[in-house]
Design a protein around this ligand. Structure first.
Ligand SMILES: [Fe+2]
Length: 208
């Protein structure tokens, strides 16, 4: 049975694995402190809700909904992010490459647009590649914070964290340099797997 609370996922690699593009110190703090904070924050809110549902105490529903969206968004996106980091992986191939070519013209054009989306996020946020379940098109989302400008229900294939906490140790305030370095640790394989899973899920829904 699924846990009733959120848990920080362990990384599938050690903290030095992404060097020199992401340092051990940067990755350790990002994972153990920043990501953990979203997990703890979401669980604290769930505890507050559970208490209210047990003892009937009053809850500020509006405030809790807003904060849960922030904490859960942060947890879910970081969980995807760790999985789509891989050192020097070969560029996209197979179905993912075919779709990137079909929907963006070519891989370089996709990388250019994704880079612009990431560098241009206002304040803190994410760039994400998602699949539109209605048109089967790949689209880029420029997510602000963890939960603004999100296309609801679009499976996310690839994300890049551009909160300053993701790069301040390694790149200071130079987000563009960090985004440029990301292309050396972009896990195309994870994106291809997620694309296949999303397409299979959509086919299963269509056949019902
Ligand atoms: Fe982050």
């Amino acid at each position: 049975m699924a846990s009733r609370t959120y848990t920080l996922p362990a990384l599938e690699y050690d903290y030095k694995y992404l060097e020199p593009y992401m340092s051990e110190e940067q990755l350790t703090i990002h994972h153990q402190k920043h990501h953990q904070a979203y997990v703890s924050g979401a669980n604290a809110l769930l505890e507050k809700l559970d208490k209210a549902h047990t003892d009937g105490s009053d809850v500020d529903v509006k405030a809790i909904c807003k904060e849960l969206s922030w904490q859960i968004g942060g947890h879910m996106l970081h969980s995807l992010f760790w999985l789509n980091l891989k050192i020097e992986e070969a560029p996209a191939s197979g179905e993912l490459a075919a779709k990137l070519n079909a929907d963006f013209g070519n891989l370089d054009q996709f990388k250019k647009e994704f880079t612009k989306a990431a560098v241009g996020v206002e304040g803190s946020g994410w760039a994400a590649l998602a699949l539109c379940p209605m048109t089967d098109r790949l689209l880029i989302m420029q997510i602000e914070k963890h939960n603004v400008n999100v296309f609801p229900g679009y499976p996310i294939l690839l994300v890049l964290d551009v909160f300053e906490h993701a790069y301040y140790i390694d790149y200071k305030n130079d987000r563009a340099k960090y985004v440029d370095a990301f292309w050396n640790i972009c896990g195309w394989g994870a994106a291809a797997t997620r694309l296949a899973q999303a397409q299979n899920a959509l086919k299963a829904m269509d056949s019902r």
